[in-house]
Design a protein. Structure first.
Length: 130
């Protein structure tokens, strides 16, 4: 993992081993999910894809062990994180969509009230806007 509480995502590309990089990016993603930092999540997702491509690419990558077991474990942990995060984020997206619908409905009600109020004010006291 990376040192301190740095939120700079670029440091995952210079990790000592591929496992370190995978673990660092997963930690950054977890923090971005909690903070609901959608732009950061998009950037981290892009970096994750590049990292996975690099891990399975033709060029050798530094590993903690020759067997690749630690890398496999780090990638499996990342995959589990993606599975649970996608479910959670989909649920949050649905909740936000519902809130937007409610706000729009409330805005329509407020607009209708304002329109009725303006019409009744134009009609003057004692007159109905009907």
């Amino acid at each position: 993992m990376t040192d301190g509480d740095s939120t700079d995502t670029a440091d995952v590309t210079v990790a000592a081993t591929m496992e370190d990089a995978v673990e660092a990016i997963r930690a950054h993603m977890a923090r971005a999910v909690v903070e609901e930092d959608w732009e950061e999540l998009q950037e981290l997702d892009r970096q994750t894809r590049a990292l996975v491509e690099r891990a399975f690419g033709a060029d050798p990558v530094p590993l903690r062990d020759d067997s690749g077991a630690a890398l496999r474990a780090a990638l499996e942990d990342l995959a589990r994180f993606y599975e649970t995060s996608i479910q959670d984020l989909s649920q949050r997206r649905g909740e936000v969509a519902q809130q937007i619908r409610e706000l729009k409905s409330g805005r329509k009600g407020t607009n209708a009230y304002e329109t009725t109020r303006r019409h009744s004010m134009r009609a003057g006291p004692g007159h109905s806007a009907d």
